[in-house]
Structure formats: structure tokens, C-alpha cells
Design a protein around this ligand. Structure first.
Ligand code: ZN
Length: 322
């Protein structure tokens, strides 16, 4: 619409009655959501905008596609937009992304999320894991000072898989073997006293020193004091990599030990395990292969680290801490 005609149309707005205003707002609402998302994508991605094929920063505008500005690389000629190469590339219905981010902040299960946002439940599930793909990587670079580490276990699950690599569990939910076995997924959590937290699904069965070296060492300040229970894997790991290490004998019901002015315990990390497991119950069982995503999601929400849908969407499409 040309500007003068729009002006005339706009001047008549005050004469609308209440139902007409409602109708107008309902018609504009999705477009407003879309505009907000498109503006946010452009703002977040502009500083690092470059060709996904050759990395060249010089490009020119080359039309619009799927509501986004398209660019063409001056060097290699490839076209791209601000979502190319991100986990949200080629997802549709952008107008609903902020509403979807909000249902993620509300930890809604798939069906409820789908109903609230007005998408199919398969879409809600696909979006969940696309959104989490980078959100789960948004972690502190290193843990400092006293670093508590402990592992916890969840029954391995192949929910949603077409083929199982074991006989199905009838009326599932229980391991056949007692104790720590290959039926359990091991989740390592390490947390320093500033609340910085990293985690990893180390594999099935008991934790090993090699897994600690792979999953914890890169995120551990070498001057840190590692605190764990008396599990041999932690001792072997700390000795091999020359990391200061104190243990607390949880099996003998010693929960806290004083070391000078320091309190030696793993209670912060155990509380984190409890919060994670309690939160996970809202999803009625999740597949093992998605566990890292759920750990990342839980970390995003823990301590209200991410509180607005815009913030979540930003992290889903850009690099923050990694
Ligand atoms: Zn290029």
C-alpha cells in the first residue's frame, strides 16, 4: 500500500468498534511475531555474517526467500541467509518461534507445547531438539576453585527407536541387573562453587578415568581442587593429570569434611542431580540419545540462567560461550 492511502486508512482506525479491533489485532498478531523473529535473527547474525562455503565477508543482497533476506557471496557466488549453517535453517513457521521458546522455558511436554503454539506434535518435537542443538553447548569455559564432581545414573532408554539393541522391557522402568550395569546411562556433572556447571553422558555403566579425561579435563582449571566421592576413577584421573583432589567417603555416611577453612563435600552437585531428575520426570521418559539435549536444557533453566524467549532464541542461532 502506498503511503498516502495508508495514511487515510490509518486515520480511520479510531472509528473501529471493539469486535473489529479484536479482529484486526488477531490478524496482525502473527505478522508481529514474524517481524520480531526476523529482526532478532538479523541482529544476532549480522556481526558474524559471512559466506558459509568460503568464509568471505563480502556479499550483496539478493532478494528474499522464506521471510529472510538472501545474500550472494562476492567471491564464490553461493547464496545464503542468516540461518544457513545454524540448527534452525529451513525450519518453517518463524512467526511461532518466540511462542515456542516460551514453552521451552515453561518445560512443557511435546503435546502441550504443540497445542499451546498451534503446531503438529512432530513439529514441536523436531523444534525442541533443533533449538537445543546449540543451547546445550552454551557452557562455562572452565570450572575454577573447588570443583565438585559426581555421577548419577538413568535407566538406558531407546524410546522412539525403530529397532532395539536388546529385548524390550515389558512394563519397563526397571533394570534387570542389580547395581551399576550396562543398562544404565552414566551422567557426569561437575560444578564449581560459583555455580558454573558442565555435564556429560559418559556412556553406559561405571565411570572410568579415561572418560573423565575426555569429558571433564578440557573444562577444568588445572589449579582447581577436585572434590569427589572415593570412586577409584576420580583418584586415577587426578593422579594421572596432577590435579589436586580431595574425597569424601559418602558410603561411610561422611557427607561433609573440613579441610582448614574449606568444606569438602559434593552436595551442590548432588542437589543438581536431584533437580535434573525431578525436572526430567515431567517428560515421562526420554531417549538416551537425547540426554545431552535435556542436560543442556536443564542447565539453561537452572538458576534462571535464561529467562526470556528472545534470549533462548538468540543462543539457538548464535555462538555465546563455547
Ligand atoms: Zn563464498
Amino acid at each position: 500500500m502506498k503511503a498516502p492511502r495508508f495514511k487515510g486508512w490509518f486515520a480511520k482506525l479510531p472509528s473501529l468498534n471493539q469486535p473489529q479491533r479484536r479482529q484486526l489485532l488477531d490478524a496482525l498478531y502473527p505478522a508481529a511475531g514474524l517481524d520480531q523473529v526476523v529482526a532478532l535473527i538479523s541482529e544476532v547474525r549480522a556481526p558474524s555474517r559471512c559466506c558459509p562455503r568460503c568464509g568471505n565477508e563480502r556479499c550483496y543482497r539478493h532478494g528474499f526467500a522464506n521471510d529472510l533476506q538472501r545474500y550472494r557471496c562476492c567471491a564464490c557466488g553461493r547464496t545464503f541467509n542468516d540461518l544457513t549453517g545454524t540448527p534452525l535453517a529451513r525450519l518453517r513457521l518463524k512467526a511461532k518461534w518466540l511462542a515456542y521458546s516460551q514453552v521451552m522455558l515453561d518445560s512443557l511436554p511435546v503435546r502441550k507445547a504443540a497445542d499451546r503454539v498451534g503446531v503438529h506434535r512432530n513439529t514441536a518435537f523436531r523444534w525442541r531438539h533443533r533449538f537445543l542443538h546449540w543451547v546445550k553447548l552454551d557452557r562455562p569455559a572452565v570450572l575454577n576453585g573447588i570443583v565438585e564432581a559426581d555421577e548419577t545414573f538413568l535407566l538406558e532408554s531407546q524410546k522412539g527407536s525403530r529397532t532395539l539393541d536388546r529385548p524390550p522391557r515389558h512394563r519397563g522402568g526397571h533394570a534387570v541387573k542389580r547395581g551399576i550395569s550396562s543398562e544404565l546411562d552414566c551422567i557426569l556433572v561437575a560444578r564449581d562453587r560459583e555455580g558454573r556447571t558442565v555435564d556429560a553422558v559418559t556412556g553406559r555403566g561405571a565411570l572410568t578415568a579415561a572418560q573423565l579425561a575426555r569429558d571433564l579435563l578440557p573444562r577444568l582449571n588445572r589449579q582447581a581442587l577436585l572434590v569427589s566421592d572415593s570412586h577409584a576413577a576420580y583418584r586415577a584421573f587426578a593422579r594421572k593429570h596432577r590435579i589436586a583432589h580431595e574425597t569424601v567417603n559418602v558410603r561411610a555416611s561422611v557427607r561433609v569434611r573440613r579441610l582448614g577453612s574449606l568444606a569438602i563435600h559434593v552436595q551442590n552437585v548432588n542437589a543438581y542431580h536431584h533437580r535434573f531428575k525431578a525436572w526430567l520426570q515431567g517428560f515421562h521418559g526420554v531417549a538416551s540419545r537425547y540426554l545431552p539435549n535435556y542436560l543442556g536444557w536443564s542447565w539453561a533453566l537452572d538458576g534462571q540462567r535464561i529467562i526470556s524467549p528472545e534470549q533462548l532464541l538468540r543462543i539457538a542461532i548464535s555462538f555465546i560461550n563455547r
